[in-house]
Design a protein around this ligand. Structure first.
Ligand code: TMP
Length: 254
């Protein structure tokens, strides 16, 4: 079989050359990292679950008119996506205090924020993805003012949609991180939602028990990550009751 050209490998995904120019294949790995990859593990089945959950969310967001890079899911681990130029800014939306906002500002985890808060982080592993302001983003040319407006408007719509969607299945959307890319189409450039939205990039708490159903299970050594992601997928109605998220056959042990 012809070896596909690998365009980029990140911590949890690989991008391969697509079937035609302007298209890429996004492959979801089982790797889990935290604290800028200082902590790493391979969690069998995670990639399959994130592929399905992210497909479900991106499909719903597109139906609401939010432009995304997503084209279609190809198989258990891969999606066909449009090639975009990733804007090097991570956009975090927070509804409830947790993680770094709690640490940075001394707000107890679980405190409902007075309103949803949008933050920007500069996507740079060597610098540990530092938090930055809009001023930094425009001054250093990572995105222009119009692109910031577009990203913020989409972030608010994504938050409204996801908060409602998760609330309907008994899950609180505490916070999430999204990324955007520039898509060139017929000589015009527009900002579209890219990357993934999955329990790796969201904080999800069970509404009644407050149990964590996201990557904090790995970050905080709580265990049960695949079980939690499977439960998210099951509540979203995207896993058949008896469908196993774990691939069958031999697996690579690192
Ligand atoms: P934080 O509280 O660590 O700043 O994380 C905020 C949200 O962003 C949380 O849902 C996890 C997500 N996130 C990522 O998806 N990737 C990252 O690299 C980091 C630091 C956070």
């Amino acid at each position: 079989m012809k070896q596909r050209r690998r365009i980029y490998e990140g911590k949890a995904k690989i991008l391969y050359e697509g079937p035609e120019p302007g298209m890429l294949v996004q492959f979801f790995k089982d790797d889990a990292t935290a604290f800028n990859a200082k902590k790493h593990d391979v969690i069998e089945g995670k990639g399959v679950l994130n592929n399905r959950i992210s497909e479900y969310i991106f499909t719903n967001l597109s139906q609401m008119g939010i432009p995304t890079h997503f084209v279609k899911r190809l198989n258990m681990r891969e999606q066909l996506i449009r090639e975009v130029e990733i804007i090097p800014v991570e956009v975090v939306v927070r509804n409830i205090a947790a993680g770094t906002i709690s640490q940075r500002l001394g707000i107890e985890e679980g405190t409902v924020l007075p309103r949803s808060i949008i933050e920007f982080y500069y996507k740079n592993d060597a610098l540990n993805d530092p938090i930055v302001s809009e001023e930094h983003v425009t001054a250093f040319g990572w995105a222009n003012a119009q692109e910031i407006d577009d990203m913020m408007a989409m972030a608010i719509r994504v938050n409204d949609f996801l908060s409602g969607m998760f609330k309907g299945i008994g899950i609180e959307l505490v916070d999430f991180k999204i990324e955007f890319g520039r898509l060139i189409e017929n000589d015009t450039m527009r900002v579209v939602l890219a990357d993934e939205i999955s329990p790796d990039s969201c904080r999800l708490w069970d509404s009644s028990t407050k149990e964590k159903m996201d990557k904090d299970r790995f970050r905080r050594d709580l265990g049960g990550l695949v079980e939690a992601y499977t439960e998210v997928a099951r509540r979203l109605g995207i896993l058949n009751e008896n469908e196993a998220p774990r691939p069958s056959g031999p697996t690579l042990v690192k």
